[in-house]
Design a protein around this ligand. Structure first.
Ligand code: NAD
Ligand code: TYD
Length: 351
């Protein structure tokens, strides 16, 4: 099988490529990535010489480039990880999120349809459901929870999901969607909570916790997410023609407040709690996300393999062992390399 993975130089897409290359040497993986500030070729450096891997630099909303790529490669499957993914950035620049997450997905859907792709899988997020109250632990997101996004990021991801479902229902494109909770693990850009706190704590810098640190997320180790997406690709139901295709919630069954997460990280790193600094809360800050992943369990027997203790220990160790990966990102050296390699980068490339 030939699989197009978009956003494969990012955190989850990169981990997914590592996982797939090793598990399915007979499949060919093409990684299409625009290499924005969040994309990093060093993330896929370990697989770059694998005979079943290649990289194409490009934007998912570039119709001309995609026409050429799809015409040449004859993909069987498209897995769309490419996105602007950071809520805080979406609050300052919502237009970019509409461009990449909505328009980009629509262009990819057009190409998938035009070229008779056997499966289009959209990697989505639990954030499309909005948030849950802190004091109702009995409430969890199911696949039937109504979409109620809070941030420009989650609104753009919900819009993309609706387009994916519409292409399934209207044109009979075989589609599936997965909605996953917060991921953590190796290669995550240090603007998201866990890698930001690890890198700052390692350097004895203050740790900015929004509001009171009571917001709750359901944390999943990234390799469990990769395994779940792979499972959906192999066994998920795209639906009969005229049906929209199935949606699958993926979660860690591992709810924790931000403060709890930061305390654990400080303990592992043996750093003092007075590094924590409470800062102004995020606008529209979602209180709690919690996934009911019962459908993944019932349909495929899937459940997370990593508990938080094991996953977070592996993650901290990875950041300790890979100072160059981090240093290159933080110093801008990596972006300079990309500029030399691929010419001037657009506004999207700026950190
Ligand atoms: P990321 O920001 O680390 O990586 C995104 C990748 O997409 C980068 O390599 C970037 O260069 C690329 N990209 C951005 N715009 C592009 C464009 N126009 N064309 C081609 N490539 C482009 O994101 P991530 O955390 O790896 O998330 C991957 C996907 O998973 C996203 O769709 C996100 O919504 C979803 N998701 C993330 C989480 C999480 O906790 N990180 C949880 C659930 C779902
Ligand atoms: P984040 O990693 O941005 O993921 P998301 O907002 O998509 O869930 O943030 C996770 C939680 O951590 C969220 O409640 C916001 C909070 N947070 C902080 O308290 N401080 C920070 O510096 C960041 C980046 C996030």
């Amino acid at each position: 099988m030939k699989i197009l993975v978009t956003g494969g130089a990012g955190f989850i897409g990169g981990n997914f490529i590592h996982y797939m290359i090793e598990k399915y040497p007979q499949d060919v993986i093409v990684n299409l990535d625009a290499l924005t500030y969040a994309g990093n070729l060093e993330t896929v450096e370990p697989v770059k010489n694998a005979p079943n891997y290649r990289f194409t630099h490009g934007d998912i909303s570039d119709r001309i480039l995609l026409k050429e790529l799809f015409g040449r490669e004859k993909f069987d499957i498209v897995v769309n990880f490419a996105a602007e993914s950071h809520v805080d950035r979406s609050i300052t620049n919502p237009g970019l999120f509409v461009q990449t997450n909505v328009i980009g997905t629509q262009v990819l859907l057009d190409m998938a349809l035009e070229h008779g792709i056997k499966r289009f899988h959209q990697v989505s997020t639990d954030e499309v459901y909005g948030d849950l109250p802190l004091d109702r632990k009995d409430l969890l997101f199911t696949e039937d929870t109504p979409l109620c996004p809070s941030s420009p990021y989650s609104a753009s991801k919900a819009s993309a999901d609706l387009l994916v479902m519409a292409y399934g229902r209207t044109y009979g494109l075989p589609v599936t969607i997965s909605r996953c909770s917060n991921n953590y693990g190796p290669y995550q850009f240090p603007e998201k909570l866990i890698p930001l706190m690890i890198t700052r704590a390692m350097n004895d810098q203050p740790l900015p916790v929004y509001g009171k640190g009571i917001n709750v997320r359901d944390w999943l180790y990234v390799l469990d997410h990769c395994e779940a997406v792979d499972t959906i690709l192999r066994q998920g139901k795209p639906g009969e023609p005229g049906e929209p295709g199935e949606i699958y919630n993926i979660g860690g069954n591992n709810e924790m407040s931000n403060l709890e997460v930061v305390h654990i990280l400080l303990d592992i790193l043996q750093k003092p709690r007075d590094l924590i600094t409470f800062v102004t809360d995020r606008k529209g800050h979602d209180l709690r996300y919690a996934i009911n992943a019962g459908k993944m369990k019932k349909d495929f027997g899937w459940s997370p393999g990593y508990n938080f203790e094991r996953g977070i220990a592996a993650t901290v160790q990875w950041y300790k062992n890979n100072p160059e990966w981090l240093e290159n990102i933080l110093s801008g050296r990596y972006l300079k390399y990309i500029e030399e390699q691929y010419g001037a980068i657009t506004e999207k490339g700026g950190v």
